[in-house]
Design a protein around this ligand. Structure first.
Ligand code: ZN
Length: 242
């Protein structure tokens, strides 16, 4: 629950208390139009507008390709929680495809169905990856919240919740790249090209998955570190009623 100080209507740029001032004026402290601090001036992320499969994919795209515009659109106090869970599940599924996809490509092109017998292992890897990614997302959020709290700007829980849910959407974006890279490597190693030896292929596929996990960790952390301080004064819809 938002506490009372979170529900003061303030300037989103400087945090000045704007209660009682007409919305047609500018902030007395920084000059920003008061109207632009109204909660309805932010349309919400694609997920906040439409929490379904299309909204999820559009949010993954927006969060990774246009982080600044996503931050600008974010609404505080809107539904976010499902976004984080679906991002983690999607990322786990993509990790599975990072191994399963190349196996399938090679099995078809090399006409060697025995390769797909490794599939149960890939499904186990996907499940394990989902759990690991879920834990990692929670740990990153806790550490970033701790660091920002030390700096005095991670204080509002609703801001960290909204930013946390959206930052987690970088994971499926990164693993979508890894799936594409691994599929291309499988194509290069399969007949008729056979440019990569089978024994070299599998270690490389794993290295790409690990590199993707490291990239997502760094990106997720950076996304949160940037977003939370910038959104720290964003108004909750209940603030304008006060
Ligand atoms: Zn201001």
């Amino acid at each position: 629950m938002a506490n009372d100080s979170d529900l003061r209507f303030r300037c989103e740029a400087c945090g000045y208390d704007l209660r009682g001032l007409p919305v047609t004026e500018n902030c007395p402290e920084c000059g920003r139009p008061i109207r632009s601090s109204l909660p309805q001036s932010h349309p919400g992320s694609p997920w906040q507008q439409r929490p379904d499969a299309i909204g999820l994919l559009r949010t993954v795209l927006h969060v990774s390709a246009r982080p600044r515009s996503t931050r600008e659109r974010l609404r505080i106090g809107a539904e976010n929680r499902g976004l984080k869970i679906w991002s983690v599940l999607l990322a786990g599924g993509l990790v599975m495809m990072c191994i399963e996809g190349p196996l399938l490509i090679k099995a078809i092109l090399d006409q060697n169905p025995a390769l797909i017998e490794d599939s149960p292992a890939a499904i186990g890897l996907g499940a394990l990856a989902t759990v690991v990614i879920g834990i990692e997302v929670m740990v990153i959020e806790m550490l970033v919240s701790f660091v920002l709290a030390l700096r005095g700007c991670g204080r509002r829980r609703e801001v960290t919740q909204a930013c946390g849910a959206h930052a987690a959407a970088v994971w499926p974006a990164v693993f979508a790249f890894a799936v594409t890279a691994n599929a291309l490597l499988a194509l290069l190693s399969a007949r008729p090209l056979s440019l990569i030896d089978d024994r070299e292929l599998y270690p490389v596929l794993i290295v790409i998955v690990v590199a993707a996990a490291c990239t997502a960790t760094i990106w997720h952390t950076a996304w949160l570190m940037q977003a939370v301080p910038r959104l720290r004064h964003r108004n909750h819809p209940a603030a304008v009623k006060k």
